[in-house]
Design a protein around this ligand. Structure first.
Ligand code: SAH
Ligand code: DHB
Ligand code: MG
Length: 222
């Protein structure tokens, strides 16, 4: 099985189940035109996030790592009109592109993109009493994944769902001797989740247009 085959199967699913959409297509096109890296979730993964937020009945979502707002739009579309989403982004250019994309999608009343390093903006959210969030998507600098899961817990309630992207990275997660901070961060995150009694979790591997990767899915139990 090859990347070509994974891509073709993703296209088959996406053509049938994830209809083309002007706002999302323009989000990707404008993100690329502005020089952002092409690392947003795949369309069928965006739809997965949308379905998870819907199934959770979420009214509030926290995202760490906005990029051009592609995953943001998928999740915000699952919120009710009086819902609220905060997305944290370090890079001011990414944040500006995302804000324009989110406004074009008609979601600027629901979504706030906050610029800054997430480890600076997360404590601000706590001070403001912004939580608890019903759903958290973690997809920023992987080295900080243990800190992001700890913050997600802090800003959660029993029943909050936490999703972490890119937890496999072509199998790199197995490398216990890695000196790649993204790998060590992800492995520390798994160890933290495994010994955290407040989290009930699983993880799964994925193949598709984004190669061989995976997600962690957790639920706050208490
Ligand atoms: N969730 C997006 C993709 C995010 S890519 C999507 O699927 O559409 C990762 C993003 O995290 C990048 O935009 C990067 O600038 C941002 N990022 C990196 N380090 C960060 C930090 N310390 N705090 C907040 N965002 C960060
Ligand atoms: C990268 C980051 C992501 O969030 C992703 O989904 C794929 C790749 C990256 O930094 O290379
Ligand atoms: Mg990602």
């Amino acid at each position: 099985m090859t990347q070509d085959q994974w891509t073709t199967v993703d296209r088959y699913f996406t053509d049938l189940l994830v209809p083309a959409d002007d706002a999302l297509a323009a989000t990707l096109a404008d993100s690329t035109a502005a020089g952002l890296p092409e690392i947003a979730v795949a369309p069928n993964q965006g739809k997965l996030l949308n379905l998870l937020v819907t199934m959770q009945g979420a009214r509030t979502v926290l995202e760490i790592g906005t990029l051009g707002g592609y995953s943001t739009i998928w999740m915000a579309r699952a919120l009710p009109a009086d819902g609220r989403m905060i997305s944290l982004e370090y890079n001011p250019t990414h944040a500006d592109v995302a804000r324009a994309n989110i406004a074009r999608a008609g979601l600027d009343k629901i979504v706030e993109v906050r610029t800054g390093a997430a480890l600076d903006t997360l404590p601000q959210l706590e001070t403001e009493g912004a939580g608890p969030f019903d759903f958290v998507f973690i997809d920023a600098d992987k080295a900080n994944n243990p800190h992001y899961v700890a913050w997600a817990l802090k800003l959660s309630r029993p029943g909050t769902v936490i999703v972490v992207d890119n937890v496999v990275r072509g199998g790199k997660v197995l490398d216990a001797d890695s000196d790649d901070p993204a790998t060590t961060g992800t492995r520390e995150m798994f160890e933290l989740v495994s010994r955290e009694p407040r989290l009930d979790a699983t993880a799964f591997q994925t193949v598709g247009t984004k190669g061989y990767d995976g997600f962690l899915l957790a639920r706050v139990v208490a």
